[in-house]
Write a protein that binds this ligand. Structure first.
Ligand code: NAD
Length: 488
């Protein structure tokens, strides 16, 4: 590896493949940009098909080694995972700084979710690896013992987005390592510098060669990886559009695939809910506007009971209006910039659509006046939104909330379920039992009562257009295991 770090410009000129720093096959490069300042942050090689071929070959060789990684006792792999968690934690400050510079995530959010959280996921799965039982013998109905054996699925193509690049990579790395799979990770072009830090940690932790290979590249090369004959399983997090196209390819190849896609979840405020922002402001913010609205599980459709509608509009307007908008590296920033100019243009086009379709803007809607660099958008609230409006149907992926009135619980449940998506959501109420009863009526993969945080110990994922399969929790192991039955 050659890494040149001149103040804030970081250059890498190799890929991490097969446990070595190898020369790229072309001279194409990726230049990540600081979302807060629009200045280039560094330069790394851009992966091409030949680089993917080498990475898959390295992952294949590591997996197929008859006495290698996949054959190890799970507790031996757990030791490697724990070493990797330590090597990641050692680089905490650098991870925070690189992630938030590249994608605009406020450092306060990055400190919570892009460091500490990924290593907690890794340690949790190291614990699961130690308990992993790979063979179960049962008595057959027609006599004779039967072994039901679980073995690692093989080489995993892990494709991740830019919004939580480290956490979402770890959702795949941890169960893959626990079960004995090997991986080729393709980070998003927007977030490559943190991927190199991860490669350095993997190198330092002496993860066996070829177990984790990293090739940053764009979508065409990602598509090449998905269809590669050396890949046994695809684990994808990203947009529903890309997920559909990946699912089509995996369908044709009959290749196992996990898809964590977009969302348009409901935050349902019940008529007995506490609306004092001093008490619930942090929870509401975390579940509706976290990471500048660039978070898949956010409840961006806020459903409000008609008899308290004005109060809810006032509370969300005050919440959005009170947030500190600023550069991502400022520890007081609550809302940073959009990750890219394209993403800001997309968010602004939805704000224009909201206005054109007759929703009532109560706060925001423009670029902040005092920030002339960086891809900022003010936190924005639309009231009187119809659930059929474009801003209520489509994922905006920015700090834009749509407030929708409802009449009675059945109506709230109907509106919440009237969505193409089903990923997250929340119910806000003074009565947690009542909240849980409403939560159970929502067709969604995950939902919180008065709080929301994806916990490593519980399965995370979506239904409908939000995806297929689950990550996290013991359930997250299933996507990385195959089953063989041996009748004896
Ligand atoms: P994206 O789909 O554009 O890209 C995601 C990744 O997939 C990138 O690495 C990209 O290069 C790659 N890619 C794109 N098309 C591909 C293809 N056809 N074949 C192979 N690889 C391809 O998404 P994005 O804009 O980077 O991320 C935002 C989206 O991710 C949002 O829709 C968000 O909701 C979703 N997301 C979902 C979850 C979840 O867990 N459900 C978590 C975070 C983000």
């Amino acid at each position: 590896m050659t890494v040149v770090n001149e103040n804030t410009f970081t250059t890498y000129d190799t890929f991490y493949i097969g446990g070595e720093w190898v020369q790229p096959s072309t001279d194409h490069t990726i230049t990540p940009i600081d979302a807060s300042t629009e200045q280039p942050l560094g330069r790394v090689p851009e992966g091409a098909e030949a680089d993917i071929d080498r990475a898959v070959a390295a992952a294949r060789a590591a997996f197929d080694d008859p006495s290698g990684w996949a054959q190890w006792e799970p507790r031996r792999r757990a030791e490697v995972m724990e070493r990797l968690a330590e090597a990641i934690d050692k680089r905490a400050d650098q991870f925070v700084q690189r992630v938030s510079a590249q994608n605009g995530m406020p450092v306060a959010v990055a400190q919570q979710l892009e460091i500490g959280y990924p290593s907690a996921v890794l340690r949790y799965y190291a614990g699961l690896a130690r308990e992993l039982s790979t063979i179960e013998t049962r008595e057959g109905l027609f006599g004779g013992p039967i072994d039901v054996r679980r073995y690692p699925v093989g080489v995993v193509a892990a494709i991740v987005p830019w919004n939580f690049p480290q956490a979402l990579s770890m959702f795949k790395i941890a169960p893959a390592m626990a079960t004995g799979c090997t991986l080729v990770i393709k980070p998003s072009p927007e977030t490559v510098l943190d991927a190199y830090l991860l490669a350095e940690a993997i190198d330092e932790a002496q993860v066996p060669h070829g177990v984790i290979n990293i090739v940053p590249a764009g979508r065409e090369v990602g598509a090449y990886l998905v269809a590669h004959p050396g890949v046994d399983k695809v684990a994808f997090t990203g947009s529903t559009a890309a997920g559909r196209s990946i699912a089509e390819v995996c369908g044709r190849l009959l290749r196992p695939v996990t898809l964590e896609l977009g969302g348009k979840s409901a935050a349902i405020v019940l008529d007995d809910a506490e609306l004092n922002l001093a008490k619930i402001g942090a929870g509401l913010f975390g579940s509706t506007l976290l990471n500048n609205g660039q978070t898949c599980f956010l409840g961006t459709r806020v459903l409000a009971p008609r008899n308290r509608y004005n109060e809810v509009v006032e509370a969300f307007t005050a919440l959005a209006g009170s947030l500190t908008v600023g550069i991502a590296s400022d520890p007081t920033t609550q809302i940073g910039p959009m990750a890219t100019a394209r993403q800001r243009a997309r968010v602004e086009s939805y704000i224009a659509k909201g206005r054109a379709e007759g929703a009532r803007l109560t706060v925001g809607g423009a670029r902040p006046k005092d920030l002339d660099q960086g891809w900022f958008v003010e936190p924005t609230v639309f009231a009187d939104v119809d659930n059929g409006a474009t801003i209520a149907r489509e994922e905006i992926f920015g700090p834009v909330l749509s407030l929708i009135p409802y009449d009675g619980i059945d109506d709230a449940v109907r509106i919440a379920n009237d969505s193409d998506f089903g990923l997250g959501g929340t119910v806000w109420t003074a009565d947690p039992e009542r909240g849980a009863a409403v939560a159970q009526r929502i067709r969604t993969g995950t939902i919180g009562v008065n709080r929301y945080i994806p916990d490593p110990a519980a399965p995370f994922g979506g239904v409908k257009a939000s995806g297929l399969g689950r990550e996290l929790g013991p359930e997250g192991l299933a996507g990385y295991l195959q089953i063989q039955t041996v009748y004896r």
